[in-house]
Design a protein. Structure first.
Lengths: 126, 510
């Protein structure tokens, strides 16, 4: 079974992802911080990660750098409404050859499912 | 003088040959001249000649007597002659004396003459001196007058009675009246406030002077010149106060500068108030952005929760449509939040890259953003986008902000208009794309028109306008190498024209 990790300090957001993906064949896990997310990735190696940028402790950019140390190719979708603040950091991440995708908040259920399916099954699956 | 000898001395009358018949002959013959007496005596002598018969004694007596008589006569004659001579001599002496006196007088006169000559010369010299002194005086007077006339300040002397005694040319210029008109008239009549003018004059008399006394000098055409008066009393040789000598300084320019400064100060105060306002707005903006951002997470959650419910609700269930409405409203809220973020300061501060963008798309986004207000204010919004309008190299968010500002301004101007219409047009104009936004609003007054791009200039009530919209818009368009222009008719409406270059502009550091 394909697994998805949602790293977001906001429980409601994690819950939203879980509900949206409830009827999909994917297993959805949640992490309330960057540190927790890294730990979980280390233990489980997820197929898709949704990552928030603005979090207490490690922020999204720092978390991404750590995640990329664990696995280079796991698709990571940074979900945020407010990336300007992290623009420089993200630019540096790109310059360092680390890849990620951006997903703009708020993301509805359809979009979540769409992203999950296209990443995990390929575009033709949608 | 020759001494005439008496006959006795001259050997007596024997030598007398004949009786002279004239004085000359008498002198020549050395005998007294014949006179009546002589003639009578001659008779005697004749008679005596005839008296041959007279005895010798008698003869001798007679002779003696005659001799004596002759001698006496001769002597008398001589004396007379002598007297005459003496007289002549004294006359001569007198003449001589007179001559001498004359000589003396003459000499004296000559001396006097010399003195006179000298005096004359002295007088001539004095005269010359006087003449040159007069010339000098004349020159000094001319010089003094020319100085007074050359003065750029109006100068005036006022007598004890308050009447003008003299003025210079500048006074004529500033009052528009001739010297002849002014002299002899009351000086206070030529000021806007005669009472104040008289008070200054009295003060000068009382204290000896006044300095920087402000008055307004009245021109014959009615206009007034603000002046500062310096006035002091002047005296005659005895020290008696004759009147007041006053000089005015035209302070029109200073007044203008003062007014400008005051206006600047007012503007500055206004700007300060606006800055404080802008600061508040900026704080509000920052807070709004923060709040909007924070709202995103719950909005996203709510959206997903609703969508979850929809998914698990049968379409024929009454709850289904309600949930669908909830989803719609939730999406609308999200969009509002998104737009708030887009236009918030925090969003615009980020560096945005130039990208190819269709102006029509931006316009569409702005219309969506404004749709709520357009409906609420009952504004008729029309637009026309010409076909084949090329895409532009622009910073899309910045241009969107400009278009939104212009649309918002148009709607602000429409608030009190009966006809509420906004028309937007986009078409190519050579190497540019032209966007015009025209409204039927209140328009912009000419005195405001030149300030509309000034930062913090606003005619909107405090709390509504920041005075930054058009200023920022202007900066953005300029940064794109474009132009923003305004045509307006107060009471009829305004038209803003934005020209944006089609080709990519080399990015310049701002």
């Amino acid at each position: 079974m394909k697994t998805i990790l949602v790293i977001d300090d906001d429980n409601a957001v994690r819950k939203a992802f879980a509900l949206a993906l409830e009827d999909t064949p994917y297993k959805v896990d949640g992490a309330e911080s960057g540190e927790k997310g890294i730990e979980m990735e280390q233990n489980n190696r997820y197929d898709l990660i949704f990552l928030d940028l603005k979090m207490p402790g490690l922020n999204g950019v720092e978390t991404l750098r750590e995640l990329r140390k664990i696995s280079k190719d796991t698709p990571v979708y940074i979900v945020t409404a407010f990336y300007k603040e992290f623009f420089e950091g993200l630019k540096a991440v790109i310059d360092d050859g680390l890849n990620f995708e951006l997903l703009k908040k708020p993301v509805g259920a359809d979009d979540i499912v769409l992203v999950a399916k296209s990443v995990l099954e390929g575009p033709e699956a949608c | 003088m020759r001494k005439i000898k008496t006959p006795r001395e001259n050997k007596g009358a024997r030598h007398v040959k004949a009786h002279p018949i004239s004085t000359i002959e008498a002198i020549n013959k050395m005998v007294p001249p014949r006179s009546t007496r002589n003639i009578r005596r001659g008779h005697i002598i004749k008679s005596m000649r005839n008296a041959g018969h007279i005895g010798k004694e008698a003869w001798e007596d007679a002779v003696v007597k005659m001799q004596m008589t002759n001698e006496k006569q001769t002597f008398a004659r001589a004396n007379r002659f002598y007297d005459a001579l003496n007289y002549a001599q004294s006359m001569m002496r007198e003449v001589k004396k007179r001559e001498e006196e004359l000589q003396v007088i003459n000499e004296e006169m000559e001396a006097s003459n010399e003195e006179l000559q000298a005096t004359n010369e002295e007088m001539e010299a004095t005269n010359e001196e006087l003449s040159s002194t007069t010339d000098e005086l004349q020159q000094t007077s001319t010089y003094a007058r020319s100085l007074i006339e050359a003065s750029l300040d109006p100068l005036v002397t006022i007598g004890r009675n308050g009447k003008i005694k003299d003025v210079n040319h500048e006074t004529e210029v500033m009052t528009g009246r001739s010297r002849e008109e002014l002299i002899g008239t009351d000086f206070s009549d030529y000021f806007t406030d005669p009472e104040n003018a008289r008070a200054g004059y009295k003060k000068a008399f009382k204290e000896g002077f006044v300095r920087g006394y402000p008055l307004d000098l009245l021109h014959v055409d009615g206009h007034a010149t603000p002046v500062l008066y310096n006035a002091a009393v002047y005296r005659d040789e005895a020290g008696k106060v004759m009147g007041v000598f006053a000089a005015a300084r035209d302070i029109t320019e200073q007044k203008k500068t003062e007014q400008k400064l005051n206006k600047l100060l007012d503007d500055l105060k206004g700007s300060q108030a606006q800055l404080i306002q802008a600061g508040k707005m900026s704080a509000v903006g920052t807070m709004t952005a923060g709040v909007a951002h924070e709202l995103n997470n719950p909005m996203m959650s709510i959206l997903n929760f609703i969508q979850y419910c929809i998914k698990h609700t049968a379409e024929d269930d009454r709850k289904y449509t309600v949930l669908k409405d909830a989803e719609h409203e939730c999406k609308r809220s999200s969009e509002i939040i998104n737009n708030l973020l887009t236009f918030s300061r925090m969003e615009s501060e980020g560096e945005e890259e130039y990208q190819k963008e269709d102006l029509a798309k931006i316009l569409d986004r702005v219309f969506k953003l404004s749709s709520y207000r357009i409906k609420k204010d009952n504004v008729l919004l029309t637009h026309h986008i010409a076909k084949k309008t090329p895409e532009l190299w622009i910073k899309a968010n910045n241009i969107q902000q400009v278009v939104l500002n212009l649309i918002n301004n148009a709607m602000d101007g429409l608030e009190k208009s009966r006809k509420k219409e906004i028309h937007v047009e986009i078409h190519s104009e050579g190497e540019f794309v032209e966007l015009t936004i025209s409204d039927t609003g209140c328009g912009i007054s000419p005195e405001h028109l030149e300030k509309i791009y000034d930062p913090f200039f606003t005619t909107k009530p405090v709390g509504i306008g920041t005075g930054l919209g058009l200023s920022i818009s202007h900066s953005i368009i300029k940064a794109h190498g474009g132009e923003i222009m305004c045509e307006t008719k107060p009471g009829k409406g305004s038209k803003f024209k934005v020209l944006l270059p089609v080709e990519k502009r080399k990015e310049t550091k701002r």
